[in-house]
Design a protein around this ligand. Structure first.
Ligand code: 9PG
Length: 765
């Protein structure tokens, strides 16, 4: 592995590991980062570091100079490496500011951290560290053509790939979180925790993101005019006594010719730093919210439970999750209302008795003004001004305040609630919602705990009580949740309609964060790099019904495709008793959930990627979407140089051996889901209707012995269906006892059967 080497350059120390090099300009007080990968132009130049403190004063290294304090070996979550430490040349009355730049053996990125020491005689409030301040981004093409990946703050905040030639989209609380509530100035772009800038044509780009997220919320900003990037870690004004020290979060900077892969690499680094569990198991279930909403009753749950029990093999779902509507108040989680006459413990028993795991929803960091909790503890809320509680949500026809998680009595109360729900009631799955309330920008009991720290105190209490049970974060700030949740919602709510509806009473949430299937899907695709690294991505629920919905069949197929290829969580939210067989079949196509997320291959090329790809070993899955309002002809590029068998899942048609590209008409908001199979000169499976991965879950083995072709399948969701095979024309018709054989076009044959147990199909020619 490449060793980290520090040398003395013309202008200051140079640190390199064979993959990336950081050169310091000591007199200027700046440094630059370049990639040593072949022919990569991308560079980050002239980065300074600065510190903002309470009296508004900024202390920058730019033009002041660095003093080299030395190098030291490091060994941490990122591996083994060497760090270079530089100190700002300070005047006597100024606080000390230093930066540590670390490179790791074999890692193509630099990790940068700033720290401050109060060497003055008075206490100091630290607002923010500009870990990278106004560094120039250099890519092979001019900035007008670039795109900026903007990461949203919490689950419902939109993630976007914005054209740098346009403008940023303003976000306000609760979907924006960090230091700044004002709209970014024209030509400025702001992202939470991580941002990426890429040249979509040439492909090169920069990923800058914080890999430690437990203590400070952070943002990455880009300015078009100067082509500069800054990365800011907010200390929230916590106090440094004389002699005290404080560090920023750790920033990763990586230049790459494959910026999407660099985002995945960033997620790996963040997960390692934050101790995220490395084993995530796919989850499936049923959720009450998107059909019953607040009206849900015990009878509704039991009715769906009975449906699930009767259709166990057709709809193999694991969890039954009650979502809102059971509690007496926002904060009064332990008392069920009159719609749940037997109480929540008894309902968990009913769920378990039928062989399912039980899930329940709470908004544990909120206090509704109509709750008993608020009556009892008006002092438990975060304040906006000295005498006014911070309003974290207007919902459930009341103002909801934010719990002050810096208070020990609040933490003890939280732990107690969750011990009751998990231990006494027996729930296995906790959907903890509106979590951003724990991190709002307000006044807390202890002013020396940051928003991120307060939030994690609360979430840690829930984790302590929940033990190994599944915790799904929702409405949660993403960075500070890493390592504490098993799953995380990564988008706005799905809805039985496509476009967001105007909400004049809710101006605080941008249209892009409102409930809508399009909004949900956009985030599911743009945050797919997180899946299986930080947690299981929760794409939100499937809604497949024919009534009580505005979604067209094409939109529902698109939703099913996106959820089924998102990698880990498949929950349906319909009244199961009223679904037709055809609609139930749609759910079953995504079951069991396949645990790997497909890759958006045109991530930096458009507002919403149009193409997802998934390598399934024996074949490749390609989904192509039409986000337009009208039917459009899409051209699907096929792998270079070879012909492939193409099978179109949603139409169930074999499209033949094709090369170069395919032209397909896609309806508005519709998609095509293709299986591409490399041909061999023998009979071969080329399509399957049993699962939308078209073989990845149900195809166990395929073998050939002379003129004998054997296909072995495992049952997935049990039903009638078919696999499509192709056979060389000279072979003649396949003969088998194991399925009904139907001739198709272009040398293909359908084999029809019911897949309800492990099945062997022997084909002879
Ligand atoms: C239950 C729901 C579901 C859903 C969650 C969350 O801003 N709002 O008023 C608002 C209301 C509901 C909401 C999000 C925002 O949905 O995402 O899955 O659990 O709560 O109330």
């Amino acid at each position: 592995m490449s060793e980290v080497v520090v040398q003395e350059g013309d202008r200051g120390p140079v640190i390199s590991n064979g993959l990336v090099r950081v050169a310091v300009h000591a007199n200027r007080g700046t440094f630059s980062i370049e990639s040593l990968a072949d022919a990569l132009v991308a560079r980050l130049d002239d980065a300074s570091v600065s510190l903002a403190v309470s009296n508004q004063r900024g202390y920058s290294t730019r033009g002041i100079g660095f003093i080299e304090e030395g190098t030291m070996p490091v060994s941490d979550a990122q591996g083994r490496g060497t760090a270079l430490r530089l100190r700002r040349e300070a005047e006597e009355h100024e606080p000390e500011l230093a930066v540590t730049i670390a490179l790791y053996e074999g890692c193509p990125f630099a990790v940068i951290q700033a720290d401050a020491a109060n060497s003055t005689s008075a206490p100091l409030r630290v607002d923010a560290f500009h870990v990278v301040d106004s560094a120039v981004v250099v890519l092979p093409s001019p900035a007008e053509g670039w795109r900026f990946y903007k990461e949203g703050w919490q689950s419902w905040s939109p993630s976007l790939v914005l054209a740098v030639s346009g403008e940023d989209v303003h976000m306000a609380p609760p979907v924006a979180g960090s230091g700044v509530g004002t709209a970014p100035a024209p030509g400025r772009f702001r992202s939470e925790t991580v941002g990426a800038i890429a040249d979509p044509a040439g492909g090169e780009g920069l990923v800058a993101g914080f890999i430690s997220t437990a203590d400070q919320l952070a943002q990455v900003e880009f300015e078009r005019e100067t082509s500069t990037v800054s990365a800011v870690s907010y200390a929230d004004g916590i106090q440094l006594p004389p002699g005290g020290r404080l560090s920023s979060e750790r920033l990763l900077a990586q230049l790459s010719s494959r910026p999407y892969e660099a985002l995945q690499r960033y997620a790996d680094a963040l997960a390692a730093e934050m101790n995220a569990p490395r084993r995530f198991q796919a989850v499936s279930g049923w959720c009450s919210w998107y059909h019953y909403y607040w009206r849900v009753s015990e009878d509704d749950i039991i009715s769906n439970l009975d449906q699930l029990a009767a259709r166990r093999r057709e709809l193999p779902l694991e969890y039954v999750q009650i979502d809102d509507g059971y509690q007496t108040g926002i904060g009064d989680w332990l008392t069920a209302n009159e719609k749940f006459p037997h109480g929540m413990a008894s309902l968990a028993d009913e769920i378990h008795r039928r062989g399912f795991k039980a899930g329940i929803w709470l908004a544990p960091f909120l206090i509704g003004e109509k709750s008993d909790l608020w009556q009892q503890h008006p002092d438990w809320a975060v304040r906006y001004k000295e005498d006014r509680p911070y309003i974290a949500a207007l919902n459930w026809m009341q103002q909801c305040y934010a719990l002050d998680l810096t208070r020990d009595d609040v933490i003890a109360w939280l732990e107690d609630i969750f011990r009751t729900i998990c231990g006494d009631w027996g729930y296995d799955y906790l959907k903890v919602d509106f979590l951003y309330a724990g991190a709002v920008n307000g006044i807390r009991h202890n002013p020396d705990i940051t928003r991120a720290q307060a939030y994690r105190r609360g979430l840690e209490a829930i984790r302590r009580a929940a033990g190994e049970r599944f915790i799904l974060g929702c409405g949660n700030p993403l960075g500070p949740s890493v390592g504490l949740v098993d799953g995380s919602r990564i988008g706005p709510d799905v809805s039985p309609w496509w476009h967001p509806r105007p909400a004049p009473l809710d101006p605080e949430r941008t249209g892009l964060s409102r409930p809508s299937t399009l909004n949900s899907i956009r985030n599911v695709i743009l945050r797919s790099w997180m899946h299986g690294r930080l947690w299981l991505n929760d794409p939100d629920c499937l809604i497949v019904r024919e009534t009580d919905t505005e979604l067209t069949v094409d939109e529902i197929r698109t939703l099913t495709t996106v959820i089924g290829l998102s990698g880990g969580m498949v929950l349906d939210s319909d009244d199961l008793a009223s679904l037709t067989e055809e609609r139930r079949r749609l759910i079953s196509l995504a079951l069991p959930a396949y645990d790997t997320a497909a890759t958006p291959v045109d991530f930096f090329q458009s507002d919403i990627p149009r193409r997802l790809e998934l390598d399934c070993g024996s074949h490749r899955i390609v989904a192509v979407f039409n986000w337009d309002e009208e039917t459009a002809e899409v051209r699907v590029r096929l792998p270079d140089g070879e012909s492939v068998h193409v099978y179109d899942f949603w139409s169930g048609r074999y499209l033949g051996l094709r090369s170069k590209q395919l032209a397909l008409d896609l309806p508005p908001h519709g998609c095509t889901l293709l299986r591409l199979t490399l041909p061999i000169d023998r009979s071969l499976l080329v399509g399957s209707t049993f699962h939308l991965t078209q073989g990845r879950m149900e195809l166990f083995a395929e073998e050939w012995h002379g003129l004998h072709h054997r296909i072995q399948l495992l049952p997935v969701a049990v039903r009638e269906g078919e696999v499509t095979i192709w056979a060389p024309p000279k072979a003649g018709a396949p003969r088998t006892e194991d399925a009904e054989v139907v001739p198709l076009n272009d040398g293909a044959w359908a084999l029809k059967f019911r897949l309800d147990e492990p099945k062997v199909i022997d084909l002879r020619y």
